[in-house]
Design a protein around this ligand. Structure first.
Ligand code: TA6
Length: 286
């Protein structure tokens, strides 16, 4: 079942619940998934207690959609404009029995003022059993080529970051802002998060696993069609400087993002691109 409700800050969101008991909340503001509970499981996405829900503001947590620019790598607002604009709900079924949510953003005077392109961006969110699938597609509806970067800036909910290990990235090249390196190879069979981490992994593996022993679960982040992956945690110092994050909340989150940021996608007129991220929670046997 899917229903459109009034949420925080008076912003509308889609409450999606599937017959197997999985749920997801998706705000039209940014097509922002703010909650995902796998069937029979606990909340799997982090949302800051200080997250701001207001027009024009990015929500801290959940899954911000980064488009058409990653970070500050270009002239647009940081991470582009998709996360701060209102998307349209594509209501596929008047009886509201849909088990997925489809949201669409098309160019408007506001987007064209920043980025003179005609496009359709679609996000399809499907919670099912222990998994959440997020599909993204971009179509060039204009008469000129367009290029973009994108990421699904997924904030995983963690019980205790100091105990977390991330596997799957060994041998992958990355660049890292805080470490000041452009091209390093990850040597860790099990990556531990000790303070700030902000890495873009190039040609990342199709699956990364986050093990959170304190929560007694793993979250697998699989991707299709994305070349890169970002791993981010602000650490204590940066978190303390962030207005929309409590000082200790860095311990309760880890961003693992399916991303296309090292080589932007270029689309000829009429062409389209699609990619997907699949999250899956698995309990760790006691
Ligand atoms: O994806 C990692 C990153 O680009 C970091 O550098 C960090 O700034 C983060 O995103 C959050 O960005 P935001 O604009 O949401 O504060």
């Amino acid at each position: 079942m899917i229903s459109l409700r009034s949420g925080r800050g008076g912003l509308p969101f889609l409450a999606l619940g599937t017959s197997d008991g999985a749920t997801a909340d998706i705000y039209l503001h940014g097509a922002h998934i703010t909650s995902w509970r796998p069937a029979g499981g606990e909340e799997a996405l982090f949302l800051s207690d200080r997250a701001v829900f207001a027009a024009g503001e990015a929500i801290r947590g959940g899954v911000p959609v980064v488009f058409p620019q990653f970070s500050d790598r270009g002239p647009l607002p940081k991470h582009g404009f998709a996360r701060t604009l209102t998307w349209e709900w594509v209501n596929e079924d008047e009886a509201h029995t849909a088990e997925r949510a489809v949201l669409r953003l098309t160019d408007s005077p506001a987007t064209r003022a920043l980025w003179p392109q005609e496009f359709t961006l679609e996000l399809t969110v499907t919670p099912r059993e222990s998994a959440l699938t997020i599909e993204i597609s971009v179509e060039n509806r204009g008469t000129a080529e367009l290029s973009f970067s994108t990421a699904l800036h997924t904030y995983l909910r963690i019980d205790e970051i100091a105990a977390v290990t991330v596997t799957g990235l060994e041998g992958t090249h990355y660049r890292s802002k805080p470490e000041g390196v452009e091209d390093e190879v990850d040597q860790a069979a099990q990556l531990e998060i000790r303070g700030e981490i902000d890495r873009v992994y190039r040609n990342a593996p199709r699956e990364i696993t986050v093990t959170d022993p304190a929560a007694a679960r793993t979250i697998r982040v699989a991707s299709e069609g994305f070349q890169d992956a970002v791993v981010w945690n602000p650490g204590a110092r940066l978190a303390a400087a962030m207005a929309d994050m409590d000082d200790e909340e860095y311990r309760a989150m880890l961003c693992v993002e399916a991303a296309q940021v090292e080589s932007p996608v270029t689309l000829a007129p009429g062409a389209s691109w699609r990619a997907a991220q699949l999250l899956r929670c698995t309990p760790i046997a006691p």
